[in-house]
Design a protein around this ligand. Sequence first.
Ligand SMILES: Cc1cc2nc3c(=O)[nH]c(=O)nc-3n(C[C@H](O)[C@H](O)[C@H](O)COP(=O)(O)OP(=O)(O)OC[C@H]3O[C@@H](n4cnc5c(N)ncnc54)[C@H](O)[C@@H]3O)c2cc1C
Length: 285
Amino acid sequence: MTSWQQAAIERIVVQTPRVKSFFLRTPIERHVAGQHLDVRLTAEDGYHAQRAYSIASAPGDAIELAIEELAEGEVSPYFHEVAQPGDTFEVRGPLGGHFVWNASDGGPVLLVGGGSGVAPLMAMARERNRAAPRVPMLLVYSSRTWEDVIFRDELVGAHALRNGFDALLSAGLSFTAVRLTGGGSQSVSWRQMVADVFALPVEVPRQVEGAAFGAALQALWAYDRAEGGKSTIAAIAREHADVDAAQSAQPDPIVADAYREQYGRFLDHLETTKQFYARHADPST
Ligand SMILES: Cc1cc2nc3c(=O)[nH]c(=O)nc-3n(C[C@H](O)[C@H](O)[C@H](O)COP(=O)(O)OP(=O)(O)OC[C@H]3O[C@@H](n4cnc5c(N)ncnc54)[C@H](O)[C@@H]3O)c2cc1C
């Protein structure tokens, strides 16, 4: 059994009204997707409370625990009501060697879970996206309400992006590349995922604050026009906006096809689920 080690909360992210993610700084060794940590809290009088939490992050990433608050529980309310970034507690692990998935295990893989039980499955899905995107993996995940779907943006985000993109295509626009800005553009996996979802190369501008930089370019154009200049926004963008070639991503045709197929299924499921929730939102049924 591994020994207890200190963990510090680096960041807290609200996932749903009842679940928060805690990103930890710990010296524990690299985990395998599906493993968990034991968490131990110690009161001033020496009283210990210990619980297990699955690791939701992919191996190698900062440890993420997605903790659901249970009414009148002992440990989970501490995390929700008291814990702050910088707070420390003890962890032991990574633990568990049976319910795990390595990219080298291959597939197809069927993941089935509900509620906070999605946490270890998320580690597997994230690992698959990064290390084995061609392995077929299906996650069947149940949740009481749409608001309670943990990791919702990440799970359906790719399809939501595709949905918006389709609206642009059906408006008659066409594209040769996607320019990605913001925090997500700094993630290798997200860049690759966007390239595969859109089936287009992804480019990342050198200016990290892309939206603010775009606004500045527009301001420059407006200023030039106000001064009687003849510049165009395209010429200004060409002159100032610069792409970082090292951060670009190319679509993988096989993965892009898989996304296209999944997206079709996603639209079918979305229609069915919308009807289900609409029926159950009516208290008279
Ligand atoms: C391998 C593993 C992985 C896990 N992963 C996760 C995860 O990723 N995320 C997650 O949120 N949880 C996970 N859990 C569950 C987690 O370990 C805790 O069980 C959970 O957080 C509840 O702990 P607690 O101290 O808040 O509640 P507890 O104090 O354990 O109480 C649990 C419930 O029992 C009720 N209760 C307590 N005592 C009594 C009593 N005397 N009479 C009646 N009711 C009582 C409480 O009101 C509460 O609703 C995992 C568990 C395991 C074993």
